[in-house]
Design a protein around this ligand. Structure first.
Ligand code: S3P
Length: 432
């Protein structure tokens, strides 16, 4: 993200209303990729409107797949699967800002007996890809990179199954290897250090594959055929996090969100916010293609503090920016530990959070793998920076709601990576 749009956020009095979120980013990527290698057509409703999921569609088209918006709606996508063999791309596969696209799609691309190049923007070009290069190379692909970073030049091959113990907790890597394993010869076994989001496993089952799980181990047999599906992608819980945290800031706020993803491997945020004092009730729980969906109602109140560490850090990895951004307004503050991975996201999120909070006048302790942010601090509006990172732009729009005076967010357009309508939707929910 290079252009620098600025957005002003004024303090609010409360947050009230109802909202329905665009489709979950993690699920949208996976459904699109699996639809591409399935037999038959798929129709995906409420597909994420973010630029990242558009990057996945763009790459699939470069691989010869018909993947188009349909029914005159931006969020309904028709994909005609080609089965396991995709076309040789005539141009580099442009993943934009999307680490998910590059890491997960590399598992499919590595199994094509063609050469392809995967490229990304400046931020993605700084992100580590060794975590997929190493196991995919072990399965038989040849991958050249720029010292473990993009671009990736992949010479695909007939892959063989792998037995792999993942050194870092990453659902992207797990899905990459499950997709590669599906297209490989033999049975692939993956062990993760802590349980990460299971959308890859659930999506594979939805498309007709068998995936076995035993504790932190998942197994997939190669050569299984997928068949296309019709699905509605549940609302993105990581996008909902911004509105939930905004509501949490004001006693008297009231928010209703329906059609929301409630997958237990993603819903840790709801537990943490409840432990911190937010009143959340869940209704209309339902299941679609293995994913839990429901309606939540939230009422703001007093906010206690929290410590986020260990497996919780992995489970909340995308929600930590907004939790940290509201930490100064809590009673006991928030401490985040074991979060080294945050330094290698779309930006160095630990540094970005600390820098913006300090600009707002907060006292923050920045550590190599986390942050300690005391509570009961009053913040002032400030000129803040998105660092080209969607979650930082949105997290500080929320923090700005309770500051004294208005804030300006530079590079606010980064929000479009996951949630283009974020700023107008937030404006529609706040009362001043
Ligand atoms: C994602 C996994 C997480 C997360 C990212 C989406 C996924 O990344 O931060 O936004 O869809 O699997 P890691 O796999 O790097 O932890």
């Amino acid at each position: 993200m290079v252009s620098k749009s600025e957005t002003i956020v004024c303090p609010a009095r409360t947050v009230r209303g109802s909202v329905r979120l665009p489709g979950d980013k993690s699920i949208s990527h996976r459904y699109a990729m699996l639809a591409a290698i399935a037999d038959g057509s798929s129709r995906l409703e409420n597909y994420s409107t973010g630029a990242d999921c558009a990057s996945t569609l763009r790459c699939l088209k470069s691989l010869g797949v018909f993947a188009e918006r349909t029914d005159g709606a931006e969020s309904v996508i028709a994909i005609r699967g080609l089965g396991p063999s995709l076309a040789a791309p005539s141009e580099p596969l442009d993943c934009g800002n999307s680490g998910s696209t590059m890491r997960m799609l590399s598992g499919i691309v590595a199994a094509q007996k063609v050469k392809s190049e995967m490229v990304g923007d400046a931020s993605l070009s700084r992100r580590p890809m060794e975590r997929v290069i190493k196991p995919l190379t072990g399965m038989g692909a040849k991958i050249e990179s720029h010292r473990g970073k993009p671009p990736l030049r992949i010479t695909g091959a007939g892959l063989k199954a792998i037995d792999y113990k993942m050194p870092v907790a990453s659902a992207q890597v797990k899905s990459c290897l499950l997709f590669a394993g599906l297209l490989a010869d033999g049975e692939t076994r993956i062990e993760e250090p802590v349980r990460t989001r299971d959308h890859g496993e659930l999506a594979l089952r939805a498309f007709g594959a068998e995936v076995a799980r035993n504790g932190n181990e998942v197994r997939i047999r190669g050569g299984q055929a997928l068949r296309g599906i019709e699905a509605r992608v549940p609302g993105d819980l990581s996008s909902a996090a911004f509105f939930l945290c905004a509501a949490a800031l004001f006693p008297g706020s009231h928010l209703l969100i329906d059609g929301l993803l409630m997958n237990p491997t993603r819903a840790r945020l709801l537990d943490i916010l409840m432990q911190m004092g937010l009143k959340i009730s869940m209704t209309q729980l339902d299941e679609a293609h293995g994913e839990m969906v429901g309606t939540i109602q939230v009422e703001g109140g007093r906010l206690k503090g929290a410590t986020i560490a260990g497996a919780d850090t992995a489970a909340l990895i995308d929600e930590i920016p907004v939790l940290a951004a509201i930490a100064p307004y809590t009673e006991q503050g928030i401490e985040v530990r074991d979060a080294r991975e945050l330094r290698i996201k779309e930006s160095d999120r630990i540094a970005a959070i600390a820098a913006n909070l300090r600009l707002m006048g907060a006292n923050v302790e920045e550590n190599e793998d986390g942050l300690k942010i005391p509570g009961q601090q009053n913040l002032r509006g400030a000129e803040l920076e998105s660092f080209g990172d969607h979650r930082i732009a949105m997290a500080f729009a929320v923090a700005a709601l309770r500051a004294e005076g208005e804030s300006l967010i530079r590079g606010a357009e980064a929000a479009a990576v996951s949630y283009p309508a974020f700023f107008p939707t937030l404006e529609g929910l706040v009362e001043r």
